[in-house]
Design a protein around this ligand. Structure first.
Ligand SMILES: C[S@@+](CC[C@H](N)C(=O)[O-])C[C@H]1O[C@@H](n2cnc3c(N)ncnc32)[C@H](O)[C@@H]1O
Length: 236
């Protein structure tokens, strides 16, 4: 896959994928979008002191970096799972300026996030443990990812990669979400909202980041219990 580094309107970079005619982040600001959709409406909205986060689409590691910085700021011991089918080449990662544009510490964390091994829990910083799963979301049964408090659903758009936005995928994600877990995505598509509602998430449409009217947030209020022969109340 050929990729091009481009600048977005808040001065931060993103990657453009000519094959899909799609970017990794919004052209209206990559850092702005990540901070708003995933951090503000997801991570900071959930109140756990020890949150487990699951990100779909590790990509440039930007959401991961911003979460690690907030984990330290808020002293919340965070476990972060992220799945990625196509890890970026080191050459491209080296050119991304996310860390240096924020602080020296952010730069060190960004390098650690990228240099660490895949498929292994790694302590990146005092409050931040990372498990990068090099795997296909569609094929992985996600048994290693359980009880997640915050889901960052950051796949390429439903029009570009519809196979990532299917009911079976959302059901898999619903089952690994903890009660009161929060699901956030930049997409506000009606079909996506309906599928997530059908899984059991209580969905709301929130104002979107710059350049987007809406985004979606879902909450798993309680686990849906399927009625089976064994849990049915016997007739008196
Ligand atoms: C919108 S980008 C993610 C941006 C990322 N969250 C960031 O902060 O840079 C979508 C990501 O999903 C990955 N992806 C595409 N198909 C996938 C699949 N079947 N399983 C896992 N990841 C996939 C892409 O390689 C890409 O990195």
């Amino acid at each position: 896959m050929k990729l091009k580094i481009i600048e977005t309107s808040d001065g931060s970079q993103t990657l453009y994928v000519p094959e899909l005619n799609e970017q990794y982040h919004s052209m209206n600001g990559a850092i702005t979008e990540s901070n708003y959709v995933y951090l503000e409406k997801g991570y900071l909205f959930h109140k756990s002191k020890t949150p487990i986060v699951f990100e779909i689409g590790f990509g440039t590691g930007l959401n991961c970096l911003l979460t690690a910085l907030f984990a330290k700021k808020q002293k919340r011991r965070t476990t972060y799972f992220s799945i990625e089918k196509y890890p970026l080449e080191k050459g491209i990662v080296r050119q991304l300026q996310y860390g240096n544009n924020i602080s020296k510490e952010a730069q060190t964390i960004f390098e650690k996030i990228h240099d660490c091994e895949w498929n292994k829990p790694i302590q990146i910083a005092e409050y931040f443990n990372l498990v990068k799963l090099q795997s296909d979301l569609i094929e992985n049964d996600l048994k290693k990812v359980q009880n997640c408090d915050v889901i960052y659903f950051d796949a390429f758009g439903p029009d570009k990669q519809p196979e990532m936005w299917q009911p079976e995928i959302f059901q898999k994600i619903y089952s690994l979400t903890a009660t009161n877990g929060v699901f956030v995505t930049y997409s506000a598509k009606g079909a996506v909202r309906r599928e997530l509602t059908a899984c059991g998430f209580e969905m709301e449409r929130l104002p979107g980041p710059p350049g987007k009217i809406h985004m979606l947030r879902g909450i798993k209020k309680n686990t849906k219990i399927l009625r089976t022969e064994t849990n049915r109340t016997p007739n008196k």
